[in-house]
Every structure is written in C-alpha cells, then in structure tokens.
Design a protein around this ligand. Structure first.
Ligand code: FAD
Length: 405
C-alpha cells in the first residue's frame, strides 16, 4: 500500500504505530505530528524512575532519532492540529498549515483532569503528564521539605513513594475512602494504605481539597476537614480526560472516547484511532472500554498498523496495567468492576500475593503484588472465562496455568 498515512499525536501509541508500519514495510509516506517538542516517549517512568532522578530523559524516548531517519518518514514536533476536513482529507495546524492525508490515525491521548479550586496557579503547584512537568517538579522538590499530593490514585501514590524515599514529609489527600478505588479492590487498597503509612506517608482519606493557599508560592493546602496542611510543593493527580474534541468536531462518533471498532477504525473508514483517546469494544467484557494504559496503546497501534497495511487484524487483548511503588510491583490483569467474589492467593504479610476476582463463578480479573507468575498466568484464565473452584485458585502449591487446562 502506498497511502500517505498521517498520525496526529506523537506519544506511546504513535511510536509503536510507526515501528509496526516500518516492520510491515509500508511503502507510502508516514507523517507524525505532535504538539510536544519530543520524539515519542514513554510516560510510565515520569512518576517513577525519571521523577526519582534515576533515569535520564534520553532513556524515555521510544526509538532514537535515527529510527525515524527514513525517506518515507517525516516527524513534525511542536505542531498542534486544530481541525480535520474529512471531505478534503486535510488537517489544519495551529499555525495555519494544511496537511493532506490518505489515511489518518488519531493517537492524541489524554490530558490531566484539572480541579476547579483556588490556588492551582501558584508557583510550586503541579500537574504531571509530560517530561516538562516532571522537570519542573524535580527542580521544586529539591528545595522542598513538605509535599502534599492531591489524589490517591496510582500516579499520586507513585509520586508519594518517590518523594518519601527522597526524604520529604509527604501527605496524600484523597476524596474517596480508600486509595486507588477506581482500579483496585478494597483488599488491595488496604494493603497499599498500610504500606504507605509504614513508610511514613500521611494519608487523609474521605477528604477533599478546598483551596491551595500562598502568596506567590504555595504554603498550604486547605481541606474540607478544616485542616491547613503546610506544603512547599503540591502535585495534583486527579485523573485524566481523553482528547476526543478533534474527532468530535470533525463529526466522528465519540462517547467518552473516540469510538473505534475491533480494527481500531473510527466511524470514518479513512480514519483510525489508537490509545488513551479511544473507546473500543471488548470481547472479554461484552461492552465498550476506554483504557489508560501502555499495553492498550501498543496493541491498538499494532492492530491499526496491520489494518492500514491491508490485513484484517482485530484487537482482543485482555486489558492489563502495572504500578511501581517502593519495591512493590502491582500488576493488574482484566477489570475487576462488578466482581461478586474474591480469592486471595498467598499472604499479604509476605508482600507477595494475588487477588483473583470472580463474577458468577468466572474469573474476570486479577491484581498481583510482587507475584508476576500469577499475573501472567491469570491472563489465560480471564481470556478463557475460566470457571474454577475457589479452593483451587487459593492453593499456592498449584500454578494457575495448571488450572487453566
Ligand atoms: P499519549 O502518550 O498521551 O500521547 C498523545 C500525544 O498526542 C501527546 O504527546 C499529546 O501532546 C499529543 N497531542 C494531543 N492532541 C494533539 C493535537 N491536536 N495535535 C498534535 N498533538 C497532539 N500506563 C501503564 O500501563 N503503566 C504505568 O505504569 C503508567 N504510568 C503512567 C505514569 C504517568 C505519569 C502517566 C502520565 C501515564 C502513565 N501510564 C501508565 C499511562 C500511559 O502512559 C498512557 O496510557 C499512554 O501514554 C497512552 O499513549 P497514547 O499514545 O495514547 O497517548
């Protein structure tokens, strides 16, 4: 195929898409347009090793510049696309440039959810999504003793772990009554609350932030419990919002993401969408999903590349995700929402265990803490909609893969 493929967004999904198109020897031009000034890079280390100063920025880059050094590939950075003319197959950039495509891929990701309270514009207050955000956070953290993290989701807790390890006094303020409540069960939340408390992190659960105070620079965070928590630096991790507007304004079907089919095609057959910005059908769960995870971005990019190259690939992966906090690796397979029973495999006090979630007797998800084998093997149970008795699932003398067969 010799279509001119234009990819809008130069993040994780775009990086994989170019790699897959190259691997499939796509003959036409490939143009990647991204608003950030960086080549496609990995975000997960931003709240982990990069924030901790253990990884240089160069190591975040998905593929080196030489990888894109190909006659067929053009990368345009620091360029924002503002509209799509679907009839003319033309994109318009913020600078007014018109860019033609034969096939378009929207890989425009998501952005941070901002919180509508006073003081978020004070110096020392940060959101965290990009390399530039973390560079600013790191320089502030160096001169700080007390940090307040707004939001006890996985990003907030990863940041808490890094800053606490660096010796700051850390307080996490979370509106829900437990941490990571959107993605994990109460059993896992409990475990992480105990871990963070044992490292000296102050957790304020069921507590909302009402304002961030200071003159020029932040000095405290006010809560709805009437507290003013002293802070030299504040990091807000209040979730993300998918970037759907570009697609919606062009008339593509959208719900809480840009709607794609199992081939990653939008409601316009010439336009694909991949990664955080999409809402896709899940065979495993029988409903639409919008996922915020690297594996989803990578697998959708591979699926879109195959279809753009004339194959008929479908995306059927079981969702998965991970989070690193202290020396704990949390790996999540599947989605546990709606479970009616849980089996704990192993013992949380050993700091290595897994929770397996069942619905009507079927394994639908697993959360594994420092238990990579159970995580890997649980994926087959979830994909196969396995129905296994609870005693067998809990029996650590038997591997989950034995039960799958
Ligand atoms: P993005 O990586 O967001 O890339 C989209 C790009 O498109 C951005 O650079 C954006 O600026 C650009 N763009 C948007 N609109 C336009 C436009 N109109 N014109 C031009 N460019 C545009 N996932 C995990 O699985 N495990 C983890 O441990 C993990 N940790 C994370 C930690 C942090 C701090 C963050 C922020 C995310 C983390 N994630 C993690 C999520 C993961 O990084 C995302 O799911 C992934 O980056 C999605 O890739 P994407 O290409 O869809 O979007």
């Amino acid at each position: 195929m010799s279509d001119r493929i234009v990819i809008v967004g130069a993040g994780h999904a775009a990086g994989q898409l170019v790699a897959s198109l190259k691997q499939k020897k796509h003959a036409g031009e490939i143009v990647v347009i991204g608003e950030e000034p960086y080549l496609p890079y990995q975000r997960p280390p931003l709240s982990k090793k990069f924030l901790a100063g253990e990884l240089p920025a160069e190591r975040l880059i998905f593929k080196p510049e030489s990888f894109y050094d190909d006659d067929n590939i053009e990368i345009r950075l620091s360029t924002r696309i503002t509209s799509i003319d679907r009839r003319g197959k033309v994109l318009l950039s913020e600078a007014g440039e018109a860019i033609h495509y034969d096939k378009l891929v929207l890989a425009i990701g998501s952005r941070v959810r901002t919180i509508p309270i006073d003081g978020t514009d004070l110096s020392g207050v940060h959101y965290l999504r990009t390399i530039d955000d973390v560079t600013r956070i790191r320089s502030d953290v160096e001169a700080s003793r007390r940090a307040v993290i707004v939001g006890g989701g996985y990003i907030g807790l990863e940041v808490a772990a890094v800053l606490r390890t660096a010796g700051l006094k850390v307080t996490v303020v979370e509106m829900a009554d437990r941490v990571m409540s959107r993605v994990v069960s109460p059993e896992i939340s409990d475990f992480y609350q105990i871990e963070h408390a044992s490292h000296g992190v102050n957790l304020r659960l069921s507590t909302g932030v009402t304002a961030i105070r200071g003159d020029d620079r932040v000095s405290s965070v006010a809560t709805d419990a009437g507290e003013a928590i002293k802070a030299d630096v504040v990091i807000i991790g209040a979730g993300i919002v998918p970037n759907v507007e570009l697609g919606r304004e062009a008339g593509l079907d959208t719900d809480d993401g840009i709607v794609v089919d199992a081939h990653c095609r939008t409601s316009d057959p010439h336009i694909y969408a991949v990664g955080d910005c999409t809402s896709h059908p899940s065979e495993t769960y029988g409903r639409s999903l919008r996922l915020e995870s690297v594996p989803n971005a990578l697998e959708q990019a591979k699926t879109a590349a195959a279809n753009l190259c004339g194959e008929a690939a479908t995306y059927t992966e079981v969702p998965w995700f991970w989070s690193d906090q202290y020396d704990l690796k949390l790996q999540i397979a599947g989605l546990s929402q709606g479970y009616d029973d849980v089996v704990i495999r192993g013992n949380p006090t050993d700091r290595s265990f897994a929770c397996l979630y069942l619905k009507d007797g079927v394994v639908i998800a697993a959360d594994a803490v420092n238990a990579p084998r159970d995580f890997m093997q649980s994926k087959a149970l979830i994909a196969g909609k396995a129905c296994i008795d609870k005693e067998s699932l809990a029996d650590t003398d038997r591997q989950l893969k034995e039960l799958a067969s």
